[in-house]
Design a protein around this ligand. Structure first.
Ligand SMILES: NC(=O)c1ccc[n+]([C@@H]2O[C@H](COP(=O)([O-])OP(=O)(O)OC[C@H]3O[C@@H](n4cnc5c(N)ncnc54)[C@H](O)[C@@H]3O)[C@@H](O)[C@H]2O)c1
Ligand SMILES: O=C(O)C(=O)C[C@]1(C(=O)O)C=C[C@@H](O)C=C1
Length: 319
């Protein structure tokens, strides 16, 4: 286990934590929470019996079940780690079992729709504090998780205006314990920012890999053979989970379409510069974007290396 995750706590942050969905994100939380002893009892619920069996084999939780409603009974903190499209059904199923004073949170990549799907089911006396760890990989499932995933990453909390400050602080402490930096913003602002920094980049990757594969003169084998360069980076992103990303685009429609409109205008300007031989326009943009990349790396080195592969390979899952 990497020392950067810190030593286990003497007293848990929550008596009982229930994670629903034990894929990449849920199992990463479970690994870190278990190592850090953040929960007196850690309960895992997943709709897939194969996943719950694997959770037991890996020893990721004290209890693993396919029954989400039973799993939340008595929980102080419940975190949904399922695709955003499943939120409504999960919230409806667990609502009757939530205890008064419990906190319901999530890790979904879209926050406006997350709130809209969860809020109608949350009983009075239960606190809803949505969250989004801005950390992940292109892999899925309980074997893909690793305990250090959230270290030096941002976790964004999007509590409603009338949220209980103590509940917001409790969720903040949870993510701080996992090593994240925490920022609070509105769900609407989150969705706009993430549309351009995460959602549109994924759409571009899916699109370029699809286009290359469809080109008649570029056979599949040539795509593989010549994908050592920039294209290979796109294929990593385009390997991301289809269910998760379908749900992201269906649930952040307006912000993504807004950003795509802007993106298309800028792309058209680049097209024009190429057509008319405007080298200066191309050079100016590429100089500006190179500076942005260098700045991101410099800031990253001050806090952490933004290198998922190295972390995953180097630190393992901490089991
Ligand atoms: N993958 C990333 O990079 C990343 C990063 C940050 C946030 N997120 C968000 O985290 C969430 C989970 O993503 P992931 O990458 O861990 O996905 P994943 O596919 O690895 O895991 C999802 C798990 O949820 C389970 N599940 C699906 N529907 C369910 C239901 N109705 N009831 C109970 N379990 C159910 C699946 O069996 C699976 O084990 C998504 O909302 C996603 O937007 C993902
Ligand atoms: O690096 C990756 O594989 C990711 O796509 C991680 C990434 C991102 O776009 O930054 C993907 C979706 C999440 O909601 C948060 C993080």
């Amino acid at each position: 286990m990497p020392d950067r995750l810190g030593p286990p706590r003497d007293t848990p942050l929550f008596e009982r934590i229930t994670l629903i969905g034990l894929g990449l994100i849920g199992s990463s939380i479970a690994r870190a929470a278990r190592h850090l002893k953040l929960a007196g009892t850690l309960v895992a619920a997943d709709a897939s019996p194969e996943v719950t069996a694997r959770v037991r084999e890996l020893g990721l939780a004290d209890i693993a079940t396919t029954d989400a409603a039973a799993a939340v009974s008595g929980a102080d903190l419940v975190i949904l780690c399922v695709p955003v499209g499943a939120y409504g059904a999960v919230a409806e199923a667990i609502a009757p079992q939530l205890k008064s004073g419990a906190i319901v949170s999530d890790v979904g990549s879209v926050k406006g729709a997350a709130f809209a799907q969860l809020a109608p089911h949350i009983p009075a006396g239960v606190h809803l504090v949505p969250a989004h760890p801005v950390a992940g990989t292109e892999h899925s499932g309980p074997d893909a998780g690793f305990a250090t995933l959230f270290i030096d990453r941002w976790s964004i909390l999007t509590p409603p205006e009338d949220a209980d400050p103590a509940a917001v602080n409790a969720v903040r402490s949870f993510w701080r314990a996992l090593g994240s930096n925490v920022e609070v913003m509105t769900a609407q602002h989150h969705d706009l920012v993430l549309a351009i920094t995460s959602h549109v980049p994924h759409l571009i990757a899916y699109n370029i890999v699809g286009t290359a594969a469809d080109l008649e003169e570029v056979t599949q084998s040539e795509v593989i053979k010549f994908s050592a360069g920039g294209f290979r980076d796109f294929t990593r992103i385009a390997a991301s989970d289809p269910t998760m990303w379908r749900d992201v685009f269906l649930n952040n429609k307006e912000a993504v379409l807004e950003m795509l409109g802007r993106f298309n205008e800028d792309l058209a300007a680049l097209q024009r510069a190429i057509r008319w031989g405007d080298g200066q326009a191309l050079f100016d943009l590429f100089t500006r974007t190179r500076a942005i990349r260098r700045n991101i790396i410099a800031v990253g080195q001050e806090t952490a290396e933004p290198d998922f592969g190295r972390r995953r390979g180097g630190d393992g899952d901490g089991q």
